[in-house]
Design a protein around this ligand. Sequence first.
Ligand SMILES: NC(=O)C1=CN([C@@H]2O[C@H](COP(=O)(O)OP(=O)(O)OC[C@H]3O[C@@H](n4cnc5c(N)ncnc54)[C@H](OP(=O)(O)O)[C@@H]3O)[C@@H](O)[C@H]2O)C=CC1
Ligand SMILES: O=C(CO)COP(=O)(O)O
Length: 444
Amino acid sequence: MSKVANALKSASETKALIIGRGVVKQTSQLFKEQFPTKKAIIIADTTTYNIAGASIVKQFESNDIAQESAFIYTDQDIYAAYKYVEELVQALKHHDAIPVAVGSGTINDLTKLAAHLTDRPYMCVATAASMDGYTAFGASITADGAKQTFNCPAPQACLADIDILSAAPTEMTASGYADLFAKITAGADWILADALQVEPIEETAWSIVQDGLHEALSDPEGTKNGATVAITQLTEGLMLGGFAMQWSKSSRPASGAEHQFSHLWNMEHHLNNGAHVSHGFQVSIGTLAITALYDLVLKTDFENLDIQKALKQWPTLEELKEQSIAIFKETDFPEIGWQETSAKYITHQELEKQLQTLKDSWPTIKERIAKQIVPFEEAKARLAMVGAPTEPEHIGITREKLKETFVRAQYIRRRFTILDLAIRTGYLDQWLDELFGKEGIWEL
Ligand SMILES: NC(=O)C1=CN([C@@H]2O[C@H](COP(=O)(O)OP(=O)(O)OC[C@H]3O[C@@H](n4cnc5c(N)ncnc54)[C@H](OP(=O)(O)O)[C@@H]3O)[C@@H](O)[C@H]2O)C=CC1
Ligand SMILES: O=C(CO)COP(=O)(O)O
């Protein structure tokens, strides 16, 4: 049985997933099987409506599936923000039709949350292999200034037509490749959290996302050229990432510190020459940044860690409050730093124990991480080959801002990552000096 079929079997929310060439023709059949006697409503934006939405409306008409008028977002600046969820919720409230999201990450997440808020399942027709959220539990939405993951079920049915995905802009496919590549650093963060007894690895979710990962990432050139096999592998890898999140009911299997870089830039309303930067492109730079940090971690001799020195620089809860409020003082999300870091705060005594575990188990931890991480130069070459950005400037991030992001990113999420390790061991400044100092990767 294929990895996707296997993951589907153990999925609690998604009952059907079809991936293949020309499968968009099966949308009405899939809808009828999954939602017999139900009315449908197509959710799209103007672009994705033209790509697939309009043809699905016609297909449903000729297959006698009753429909509400399609809900089409016409705002050119649409993004994953709560106000767009509310707009859809208002529309859905007037009937009980099943939403069929036709689009990529934004449309899927807006529909996922709106369907949940109006107590109904939904279906998704993917239009680009651009990220791994299609089959994921949870919607990543900006609300109250912060990019948050709202708990809500994955689609009951999902369909990805490889012909449509291959024809999507190459930048979108490169985004998807980068989002998938990020599972390497996300996995390393989970290894760290597991080894330091912060958050154990959940074996099933781990295996869903990690087992086929290297195969799915194996052909960046074919992926760039839209080769059917490579796009199919990428799509399957992304769907597996989603299934792992569905299994865990958390984005931990798919999202680590590299994603925190992207989320922070979204929260700071980062634009490149006035334009939004895609999730995957931001994640590409986040992944390279965190890979570079992992390369330094692997060179560090934690067996000789000076625990007492590390403890001296660890703040009290009061000091942390001051720091975490000061760091986002000038932003429209002033509370997040305190909210998230206080949730993962540990006392000096607990930290001492944690650092002792790090020290004692370092050879084993190091071996596990070394096996997981793709070294920086290779990661950069593969991301470049697929057409993803490999320098912060490619997405309008200056080196100064990248350096600052290493410091700020851990404040926005309570999830334990390599950034927390860097702070707790007291190594962050030294590592940043290496990355941004003379002859460093991003010499300032
Ligand atoms: N829930 C989860 O677990 C996850 C959620 N995400 C979220 O997904 C979002 C990013 O999604 P992503 O897919 O990268 O980008 P978007 O869904 O934002 O789409 C970017 C643009 O691509 C256009 N588009 C989509 N399909 C096609 C196509 N086939 N041809 C031409 N244009 C197309 C859309 O056009 P137009 O707007 O013009 O219609 C849109 O402007 C982020 O909010 C991110 O946080 C990411 C990963 C996981
Ligand atoms: O973007 C994601 C995985 O690609 C979802 O994770 P977050 O919970 O970090 O938003």
